[in-house]
Every structure is written in C-alpha cells, then in structure tokens.
Write a protein that binds this ligand. Sequence first.
Ligand code: FAD
Length: 261
Amino acid sequence: MNILIVFAHPERRSLCGALRDVAVASLEERGHAVAVSDLHAMGWKATVDQADFPGLAPGARLQVAAASGEAFGAGALTADVVAEQEKLLWADQLILLFPLWWFGLPAILKGWVDRVYAYGFAYGVGEHSDRRWGDRYGEGRLAGKRAMLIVTAGGWEEHYAERGINGPIDDLLFPIQHGILYYPGYAVLPPFVVYQADRLDAGGFATVAERLRERMATLTTTPPVPFRQQNGGDYRIPSMQLRSGLEAPGATGFALHRAGD
Ligand code: FAD
C-alpha cells in the first residue's frame, strides 16, 4: 500500500516526531511505500492569498473558491499545492499526525488543507442539483482511500470522555474526521490519540509506541468509523437533513451522522 503521512510539528525530536518514526518504521517493515510531508521542514506556506493564484488579473478581487476552481481547471495551481495533490492521489492511506493545539489542527496543517483541497479537487466535485448535492461525504475524488489521525494531547483521557470538561474527543475531532477527511471521500479509521502527552516518560513512550505499532499493523483491516453516506438514502436532498427515525434512541448532535449510534 502507498501511505502518505502529513506531519505537522515544528520539532522533529518531539514526541510527535518520535511517533512519526515509529509509524514509518512499522509500515516500511510491512512492505508499504511511505512518503512524509514534513510541513515545517518543507517551509509550507500556511495561508491562502493572492500568491496562490498567479493567473488572477492584477487588482482583481480575490474570491477564493472561484479562483481555486479556475486555477484547478486550468492546471494553474502553484507547484507546492500540485505536488501535495499528487501525493494524495498516489496514497491509498493518508495519516495526519499532529499535536492538538487549541482543540484543533495546528495552523500549518489547517493551511495545508485550505490550500491543497482546491475547488474541483476536494470540493465542488460531482453533480450539484436538486437531486444530487455533489460527490461528498463518502464519495468524491478520494473515495476508495482510507485516512486516520495520530494526535497527541496534553489533557487526560477522562477530560475528553463523554462527560469530560473538554468535550468528547469524537466530537472535537468531528470537523477533521467528518468535515475534512470523509467529505472528499476517505473512509476514516478511528483516531490514535495519546493523552497526557506532556507527562510521558520513557516507559510511557514504550507503551504508546507498541500501541501505535499494533495500529499500523492493522491499518488495512481496521473497520472505519461508520459515517453515513450523503447519497446513500439517509438524508433528504436538497435539505440534507437526516431522515427521522434512523438514529439510535437518544442520539443527538454529531452522533446522528454515524450509523449505528
Ligand atoms: P513534546 O513536548 O515533544 O514531548 C512531550 C513529552 O514526551 C516530553 O515530556 C518528552 O520528554 C516525552 N517523550 C517521551 N518519549 C519521547 C520520545 N521518544 N521522543 C520525544 N519525546 C518523548 N492540549 C490539549 O489537550 N488540548 C489543547 O487544546 C491544547 N492546546 C495546545 C495549544 C498549544 C499552542 C500548545 C503549545 C499546546 C497545547 N496543548 C493542548 C498541549 C499539546 O497538545 C501537547 O503539548 C502536545 O500534544 C505534546 O506533543 P509534542 O509532540 O509537542 O510533545
């Protein structure tokens, strides 16, 4: 299998960096081809601006989605963005590896998504009509591929439990797992989360590394999170409301969009 790891930590000797090394070694031992996009090492440009669209007329107002779609259609996206898109098309499995910063992605990784996920590539794909609301949420350009998150977090596991003060981890990761990964078609594997990461000692690291090796060993067989397909009949089109009666008793919020919850 071809596997792309997008790594977003400014320090290669960090815990995240050590987890990356464990993942790469474990995957290569199993014969997978692994590529790593180390965003800081690459000097990745994190913000979308005029410079992303060299074809835009001088002085023209920047409308990002429109400019993105035009540049994608014309093959005029910048070389750094095209290179990442080619890696996504090459990879059967995508792994985003990052520390949880302010309950979300570090800015450089969010900026990677903002720039690489061009209109026509990751969104604005497929027929948009009263009958069909595009190819997304389980369909789209990256359908047939799998993705997962490897995340380190300072907080305790209990703080991210159902009644924990930070909110449940599945809810916090929903915009990334459902909104960023499932949207363009990826099947999303359950995340690998390291809690209390700042307090990890060598013994703790050995345990975490072993857990990660197990996850890497079962990448191809781990069942994905059962997010509901947009065009699979569970939603009314075009209102995109989940049909009533499909949810488990008492299910609300993000859990509505997982079948079986
Ligand atoms: P590092 O700082 O590199 O290492 C963490 C510990 O692992 C160190 O004690 C290190 O000695 C140890 N370690 C053990 N073995 C190894 C090894 N082999 N290699 C390297 N290190 C090892 N946390 C939350 O829960 N929620 C938040 O919203 C949140 N927001 C944050 C926002 C910011 C801006 C910052 C800076 C931190 C935030 N945190 C938050 C905490 C953050 O998630 C953790 O600091 C981070 O996940 C730790 O990962 P790291 O790779 O940076 O660890």
